[in-house]
Design a protein around this ligand. Structure first.
Ligand code: OOG
Ligand code: MG
Length: 271
């Protein structure tokens, strides 16, 4: 198994919007899968991306059921994945994007494995994650999704607030004002702080300033152009963005579109 070659194939799949056949990589080992993920992230960093955060996946039953995968996974976030809250987002460079509601943590202090997660947290926020598998049909094995940086594509974080009670908060996902998924923060390993403890265990050490996505509380839904997506987490508030209409998009090549995620404000009069 050539790990560097697989990292390159996954990177090329994302840049060219041509997914790889899932189940076809021959990857069976999770240690090797994380080595591929690291090589993939190295390629992104070499293109000028900066690490901003850490994400967990499959922390809720809803996600495990949806994807048929039953183990905690983790991936990396970079600054090119950031979507501004209430901004517009160009998803045209993605293959088959989906969106899911999340809870985000911001570390104020270094968090070490076994450390007190709450003591390290500076703030908490409602968040949205855009996922986009680089495998055909979102079909993959556990090692394959790990190698693919856990399908990470983009994320938006709402207003940060001091951490209060995070137990059993209602979570809503809306598309154009219609609720399409609902759940609870308790769906995330029983309590989102458990996800943070798991992140510290898996990452080794997490530095102050790191954003951590705790994992979706509900299943993900397809993300279409010209849609206002909003997540609300009870007491934490709301985060939203609008995907650009195909007609509003400049005729940019997918690779260039992927280089400039939609942090620009929506054009006046855009639907
Ligand atoms: C993998 C990503 C899982 C989550 O929040 O559970 C994830 C996938 O569903 O393709 O981000
Ligand atoms: Mg997620």
């Amino acid at each position: 198994m050539n790990l560097a070659a697989l990292a390159e194939s996954l990177d090329t799949a994302a840049l060219t919007r041509r997914p790889l056949p899932g189940g076809g990589t021959g990857l069976t080992d999770t240690v090797q899968a994380y080595a591929v993920q690291e090589a993939l992230i190295e390629r992104r960093l070499a293109r000028g991306e900066r690490l901003t955060g850490f994400k967990l996946g499959f922390t809720s039953l809803a996600k495990m059921r949806q994807m048929g995968v039953h183990d905690l996974i983790h991936g990396r976030l970079t600054h090119r994945m950031e979507i501004r809250d209430s901004g517009s987002y160009d998803a045209s460079g993605l293959i088959h994007p989906r969106v899911e509601p999340e809870v985000a943590f911001l570390l104020g202090d270094t968090l070490r494995p076994g450390g007190d997660p709450l003591a390290a947290v500076a703030a908490v926020a409602p968040a949205l994650e855009v996922i986009d598998s680089r495998y055909d049909g979102f079909r993959f094995s556990l090692p394959e999704v790990i190698a693919d940086n856990t399908s990470a594509a983009a994320y938006a974080v709402g207003p940060w607030t001091a951490p209060g009670d995070l137990d059993n908060l209602g979570v809503l996902l809306e598309l154009d004002g219609r609720v399409v998924q609902s759940g609870s923060s308790a769906a995330i390993l029983g309590h989102p702080l458990r996800a943070l403890a798991a992140a510290a265990r898996l990452a080794g050490t997490l530095e102050a300033g790191t954003v951590i996505l705790a994992g979706a509380a509900t299943a993900a839904v397809p993300l279409k152009p010209g849609t206002c997506v909003r997540a609300t987490v009870e007491t934490l508030g709301t985060v939203q963005f609008t995907t650009r209409e195909a007609a509003d998009l400049p005729g940019a090549a997918p690779a260039e579109a992927a280089d400039s995620p939609g942090s620009a404000p929506a054009p006046e009069g855009a639907a």
